[in-house]
Design a protein around this ligand. Sequence first.
Ligand code: NAP
Length: 485
Amino acid sequence: MTEQPRVLRFAIIGAGMAGILSAIKLEERGFTDFTVFEKADRVGGTWRENTYPGLSCDVPSHLYSYSFAPTPDWSHRFSPGKEIQAYFERVAEEHGIADDIRFGDEVTSCRFVDGRWHIETAGGHHDVADVVIAATGVLHQPRYPDIDGLEDFEGAVFHSSRWNHDVKLDGARIGIVGTGSTAVQMFSALVDRAGRLSLFQRTAQWIMPQENPPYTDEERAAFRSNPEQLTEVRANLTRMFDTFANAIVDADSPEMTMIAGMCRDNLEKNVHDPELRERLRPDYRAGCKRLVISPDFYGAIQRPNAELVTEGIDRVEGEGVRTRDGKLHELEVLVLATGFRTDAFMRPMSVTGRDGRTLADEWAARPSAYMSVSIPGFPNFFMLNGPNGPVGNFSLIEVAELQFDYILQLVERLRVGECREVSASRAAMEQHEAAREEAVKKTVWVTGCRSWYLDDRGIPATWPWSFDRFRTEMQTPHEAAFEYR
Ligand code: NAP
């Protein structure tokens, strides 16, 4: 308590949703000495990288916005990706943080030496900061499928998050591998354009029908003239999503039964051919995998130029995809909507904490963090949307906002000189992990499916309690859970 308040320098890694948020909130609190490191040449993160046809957010736009930057202008309940990207660019611009971003240079390493973080970039830049905020996103390293012959394909082949906009789609024979949220969104968007559209399904998905109506000019004008209406819309959506979040963590809840019923009815009522219906019927419970939301996928898959391929892929050849029954599916374009390396987080960046301990050592088995924000032995290094945090069908923006306010309370201890270093204690992390691993047993994620929520042991790498409990936990860090030096 004897020291003067410190002027802290921050390094924020990533200028996506969470990095923009961090920069704005730091400024707001009077922390003006920071740099945002961004490997690309624009802000936006996942919304900059994903540009596939049909991209939208399956969280309603009025909920998928910063609490401090609501906008009356959303075009749809679930607005398209381009509009979301424009929103982040505008918010960054309006808050004047563009000058604080170092674009086009990737951080390759962060090393904790003598109480400060030394940061190196691919371009050879060196920086030193007291606090690092890793706002590096969750779903950003493409997962390429291990399919023989991919390199032999003579048409265009690319991952869904690396869309090649030079490729002609109209009238083309297009194949999509995968049936996650990405594949389903792009399938509906491409079916009218493709000559023939084939969906290579390894696992069927439950589809929750959700209409996506546009907001009328009158509605937008009303939001503009009466901001209370905007607040009300957001509050209603928050209640709705809380119900959903609470349902999935209690597999036997009546709400979960209701959601399962809605998905089943959607399949029964909207897929007319009984044989196709059975091929589209998952053999696991709704919500076990991340629920896919779509108002029109079943319509799209029944179009005359659409094809559902459930025979496994044997290999890719020059002309297309050969399935295990020996059939060649001739294609000109092959899209790999095969998801992301969800355990990467800030890696491949190398991080070295106290006493030379590396993140590679710390996460050798799998990623972990106390409350998903702090790693024992990595002082003054905090993550937004880090390991085992809430990742259900709800707004990661709210998650990041809550986490950031929590982190700022720890930072305040550094600022006022209560300590020079703060990180979670190992005991707190281990207790938290043990409680988490017990609680996941009740969730719908463990009811018998393969999904990206599951870690290498089959344990969901997620927050297994209610969203309200998360809000409560994020209000104040538990004093005893952290080590202060
Ligand atoms: P994903 O949910 O991980 O789905 C990947 C798909 O690829 C699965 O169907 C998987 O099949 C299939 N696959 C992977 N390897 C394969 C192989 N070798 N052969 C055949 N099929 C293979 O990925 P995603 O659809 O990109 O979605 C990832 C996450 O991004 C979502 O869960 C969501 O959180 C987020 N997202 C959100 C939105 C949004 O609107 N907010 C939109 C898109 C994505 P199996 O099921 O058999 O493993």
